[in-house]
Design a protein around this ligand. Structure first.
Ligand code: G3I
Length: 386
C-alpha cells in the first residue's frame, strides 16, 4: 500500500491538510427533500478524503472549458483525473514523426491548476493505435525488434514529457481475453513471435521503459471484467507475478468496473479486489460507470457498442434511477469495506451527456444535476463505521 499512501499524501499535501484517522460518522440521509442547492451537494473528494482518491475521466471539452459546467463538477468533486482519450497513441502520436502534444498538455495543466492527481491513460493498447505502428515503410509487418524499438520511442517520449507531472500510468491496457490468456493482438503476435516464452515480452518491456522514463511514476496494468471473470482476474494476477518475479516495477492493477444494473455481484467484486491485492499491489477502480440498458453487450469495447445499442428510453424513469442508486450504493459499500486495498476510484466521465455508453450511467445527469445515485454514494460513505 506504499503507493496508495503516497497518492493520498500527495493530495493531502496539495490541499494543505493532514490526513487523520477517521472517527465514526453518524448515519444520515444526505438526500435533500427539495432540489439540491450547491451547498447541499457535498464535494465527493471531501466525502472520501480519508478513504481513497476520487476522480473522473476528462474529455477535451472539459479541459478546454467548452464544457464549463462539466469542468465545474470536476473541480468541485475530484481529487484525481484521467484523460479519457487525449493520451492514447492515435491522438498523441498520430504519425511516425509527429506528436500532437497540445490536448494532453492542456489536460496535465488542468490537473495541476485544480490540484488533481493526474493519471496517464494509456501507453500500450490494441485499440486506438494507428495501423502504421505495426508496419514498415513498405506496408509489411514490422519485425519484433523494430516494433520493440517503436514502442520504446513512444513510451520514452510520452512518459518523459510528463515526468514528475503525471503521477501514475496505465502502462498496458486490456491485454487479456475473458479466459485469462493474452489477446491475440499485433503486440503479442509480432513481439511474441509465436513463442509461449516471448508472448509476455511486450508487457515486460513496456513497464521497464515507463519506469526508466519516469522512475517516480506509479505503473499500472488496467483491464475490464476482472470483477466478472475469475479466469481473467487470474490472468491479471499472472501478469503482476511475472513482473514482480523479474524485479520489474508494477504498483497496481486497475479494475475498470464498467458495470450494469445487475452486475457485478458483490462476491465477484470482492474476489477481484482481494485476489489482486494479495499480490501486494494496490487496487484501483479506474473507469467506473453503470450502464442502464437492460440488454446488450457487457464489456468495454467501443467497437461493440453503437448509437442503437446504447439508446435507453427508460433511462430517466424513477424505477431505473432507483436501481442505479441501489447498485452504486452496493458497489460503494464494497469499496469502502475494502478501503485499505483501494487507492483510487475514478468514474468514466463526469455527466451522462458525455458518457461513451449512453443511457444514464454516471452520478450527474445531462443537466449536470446530481442524481439519486450521487446521494446514495454519499449515504453509503456515512453509513459505514470506519
Ligand atoms: O476525435 C474524433 C473526432 O475528431 C471525430 O469528429 C469524432 C467522430 O466520431 O470521433 C472522435 O474520436 C472519438 C473519440 O472517442 C473522442 O471522442 C472516437 O471516434 C471514439 O471511438 C472514441 O471513443 C473512446 C473509446 O475509448 C475508444 O478510444 C471513448 O470516448 C472512451 O470513453 C473509451 O474509453 C475506453 C477506455 O479508454 C478503455 N476502457 C474502455 C473504455 C470504454 O470503451
Amino acid at each position: 500500500m506504499r503507493a496508495s499512501l503516497s497518492l493520498l499524501a500527495f493530495t493531502c499535501a496539495l490541499s494543505g491538510r493532514l490526513c487523520v484517522a477517521q472517527t465514526p460518522r453518524p448515519a444520515e440521509d444526505p438526500r435533500p427533500s427539495a432540489p439540491a442547492t450547491e451547498q447541499e451537494v457535498p464535494a465527493l473528494k471531501k466525502v472520501f478524503e480519508d478513504l481513497f482518491l476520487i476522480g473522473g475521466a476528462l474529455n477535451r471539452n472539459v479541459v478546454t472549458g467548452r464544457d464549463a459546467a462539466g469542468a465545474a463538477i470536476a473541480v468541485k468533486h475530484f481529487s484525481t483525473a484521467t484523460a479519457e482519450n487525449d493520451l492514447k497513441w492515435q491522438l498523441i502520436h498520430p504519425q511516425l514523426d509527429r506528436y500532437d502534444w497540445e490536448p494532453a498538455d492542456g489536460y496535465v495543466a488542468f490537473c495541476e491548476k485544480n490540484r488533481m492527481v493526474a493519471i496517464g491513460h494509456c501507453l500500450v493498447w490494441h485499440s486506438q493505435v494507428p495501423r502504421w505502428v505495426f508496419r514498415d515503410d513498405s506496408g509489411n509487418p514490422l519485425t519484433r525488434d523494430a516494433l520493440l524499438a517503436r514502442m520504446k520511442d513512444h513510451i520514452v517520449a510520452v512518459v518523459g514529457r510528463y515526468r514528475g507531472r503525471i503521477q501514475g500510468w496505465d502502462v498496458v491496457n486490456e491485454a487479456l481475453d475473458e479466459n485469462g490468456a493474452l489477446r491475440g493482438t499485433p503486440w503479442v503476435r509480432i513481439i511474441g513471435e509465436g513463442s509461449a516464452d516471448k508472448q509476455y515480452d511486450f508487457i515486460e518491456h513496456a513497464f521497464r521503459w515507463a519506469h526508466e522514463a519516469d522512475p517516480d511514476a506509479e505503473l499500472f496494468y488496467n483491464d475490464y471484467n476482472l470483477e466478472v471473470s475469475r479466469a481473467k482476474c487470474d490472468g491479471a494476477v499472472a501478469i503482476v507475478k511475472r513482473l514482480q518475479s523479474k524485479g520489474i516495477r508494477i504498483d497496481g492493477v486497475g479494475i475498470q468496473l464498467h458495470g450494469g444494473l445487475g452486475y457485478p455481484s458483490i462476491e465477484g467484486l470482492e474476489h477481484a479486489i482481494t485476489t489482486l491485492a494479495a499480490t501486494g499491489v494496490e487496487v484501483m477502480i479506474t473507469e467506473l460507470d453503470i450502464r442502464t440498458q437492460a440488454r446488450g453487450y457487457r464489456g468495454a469495447d467501443i467497437g461493440k457498442v453503437s448509437r442503437k445499442s446504447t439508446s435507453d428510453p427508460g433511462a430517466a424513469s424513477a424505477e431505473t434511477q432507483k436501481k442505479l442508486a441501489d447498485k452504486y450504493a452496493e458497489i460503494f459499500s464494497v469499496l469502502i469495506e475494502h478501503r485499505k486495498e483501494i487507492s483510487r476510484v475514478t468514474f468514466w466521465g463526469i455527466h451522462d451527456g458525455a458518457s461513451w455508453i449512453g443511457g444514464s450511467p454516471l452520478l450527474f445527469d445531462r443537466s449536470y444535476k446530481p442524481k439519486e445515485a450521487f446521494f446514495s454514494v454519499v449515504k453509503a460513505s456515512r453509513e459505514r463505521q470506519y
